[in-house]
Write a protein that binds this ligand. Structure first.
Ligand SMILES: Cc1cc2nc3c(=O)[nH]c(=O)nc-3n(C[C@H](O)[C@H](O)[C@H](O)COP(=O)(O)O)c2cc1C
Ligand SMILES: [Mn+2]
Length: 483
């Protein structure tokens, strides 16, 4: 059964021993970060701070910060189940005969559940504040010592594509500037930034409406970070993930909808053309991302539950909560990648690679230059374009065994021949690229080289003992008293 809202998920976490309540006072200024960091690094539980210093609103952190909690969030025993569901839809064919049609009915009925449902009201409207409200009401964290201030780190930012009218929801951090103003850190490649750019180009009315929801059922929250194609509604994917429509309610002061079950909603606008210094901020990379100019979010109305819970996260030296969220995405979207690139057998993004810095891809190599084709395809695939280093290996390499990858890849390359450099867009968080958002990327072809690729020497086989000898020694091993 789909979680109705955030507190429903909190109850489930608690029931499974995945949540710890902290009932004494802890400071949202740095102290909660230290708790959250230690907990995620030691395989500890999600944390619910019931008495954050300076606020009556509890703080939830690390709700997604382990493989098990991601599974609980998505109500599966493995995220591979979601991959399998996606594959099922991708393989859907025109059914043959009446029996085939009947078999399809449950799947088609399920599709109906994906679409968000408009409702007239909801818990997020229990308190509506049009004036005299302040962001200070919430226990918003200063995450790291050299951060420019306090940041809302796990929001669902809603905006509308001015050309198509389609909604987008992305997770972009918001730096608190004052009681009713924040930064709007949508990076230039993201959909919020694209909507903003299009409105500016059209010279549209001077304001872009934005609504921010904080805290909802876990599938809806998670959908905000999914790297979906433009104009594909995150709320529909959330409906798919939870097999139940997301209930949406109209905002009070802007022409946008937000999840009705949200804990907190901030409505407002971004003034086209207004920019303000944002950052530095201790970021996903484990380093402070530099300050830069970003749009400004002016809040016109704040609505929330009577007793809201403030959901947040921290990013920083890996692995953090975002690693578990990102890993789940990579696994569940593998079938979609394989739709375009069926030769891809598996992919891995080790935590130290922070997703955009390293992706290891195993392929079934079929023709000369195949590894390079796959690199270029990945550099052309949505947010995978950010991949700074792509290592392509043959399908017999277990990409999740990083030691095996390093061992085989390093053996299999002639560096000058097998490394490919390209220029292109890079992640906004890359602090080493020559320019912000633009720099070089590297592909490593670590597959076996073929004569058709100009490699005419014999390729050696991998050392493996025969099964027969292994079995014989298994028995003798015991006889020798070895463990
Ligand atoms: C905790 C967390 C914080 C994030 N903060 C930002 C951010 O400040 N700016 C940004 O552009 N992307 C940020 N992201 C990544 C985006 O949410 C992600 O790229 C998403 O797919 C963007 O959605 P969009 O394609 O609809 O724009 C963050 C992701 C996570 C998990
Ligand atoms: Mn999107």
């Amino acid at each position: 059964m789909a979680y109705a809202d955030l507190r429903d998920f909190i109850r489930a976490l608690e029931k499974h021993g995945e949540l710890k309540r902290i009932s004494f006072e802890v400071d949202p200024h740095l102290e909660i970060t230290e708790f959250a960091d230690r907990s995620v690094k030691s395989g500890g539980p999600a944390l619910l701070f019931e008495k954050p210093k300076g606020s009556s609103v509890p703080v939830l952190i690390n709700a997604f910060a382990s493989r098990r909690r991601m599974e609980l969030a998505l109500e599966v025993s493995s995220v591979d189940e979601i991959a399998a569901r996606i594959t099922q839809y991708l393989e859907m064919r025109v059914p043959e005969g009446i029996l085939g049609k009947l078999k399809m009915l449950p799947m088609l009925a399920e599709v109906g559940a994906f679409f968000p449902k408009m409702v007239d009201g909801g818990p997020c409207k229990e308190v509506i504040r049009r004036d005299k409200f302040s962001l200070d009401y919430f226990p918003i964290l200063q995450c790291w010592p050299e951060d420019a201030g306090r940041f809302i780190t796990l929001p669902m930012v809603f905006s509308r594509n001015p050309d198509t009218g389609k909604r987008n929801c992305g997770c972009y951090r918001l730096q608190i500037f004052d009681e009713r103003t924040t930064g709007m850190h949508w990076q230039t490649h993201k959909q919020g930034a694209e909507h903003h750019r299009r409105m500016r180009a059209a010279g549209a009315n001077q304001r872009m409406e934005v609504a921010v929801a904080i805290g909802a059922d876990p599938a809806t929250m998670f959908s905000a970070i999914l790297p979906l194609p433009p104009d594909l509604d995150e709320m529909m994917i959330a409906g798919f993930l939870r097999s139940k429509p997301v209930e949406m309610v109209k905002c009070e002061t802007v022409d946008l909808e937000v999840p009705a079950q949200s804990e907190i909603v901030l409505e407002g606008y971004v003034e086209l053309g207004e920019l303000r210094r944002e950052g530095p901020f201790g970021d996903h990379t484990g380093f402070y991302s530099l300050d830069d100019d970003y749009p400004v979010f002016h809040i016109t109305c704040m609505t929330h539950r009577k007793d809201p819970i403030y959901a947040t996260t921290i990013v920083g030296p890996p692995p953090m909560e975002d690693f578990y969220m990102g890993t789940a995405i990579a696994r569940m979207f593998l079938p979609l990648m394989r739709l375009q690139l069926p030769e891809v057998r598996d992919i891995a993004m080790p935590p130290e690679g922070i997703f955009h810095n390293l992706i290891v891809v195993a392929i079934r190599k079929s023709y000369p230059g195949h590894a390079r084709k796959v690199m270029h395809a990945i550099w052309g695939l949505g947010q995978a374009m950010f991949s700074k280093v792509i290592v392509v290996v043959d399908e017999d390499v277990d990409v999740h065994n990083f030691r095996e990858v390093a061992w085989k890849a390093l053996n299999h390359i002639d560096p000058e021949r097998d490394i490919q450099f390209v220029m292109g867009p890079v992640d906004s968080l890359d602090h080493a690229s020559r320019l912000a958002n633009y720099g070089s990327k590297m592909g490593v072809d670590a597959t076996r080289k073929w004569p058709g690729e100009g490699f005419t020497r014999p390729w050696p086989g991998e050392i493996r003992m025969t099964e027969e000898v292994r079995a014989r020694v298994d028995e003798m091993w015991k006889r020798a008293g070895l463990k």
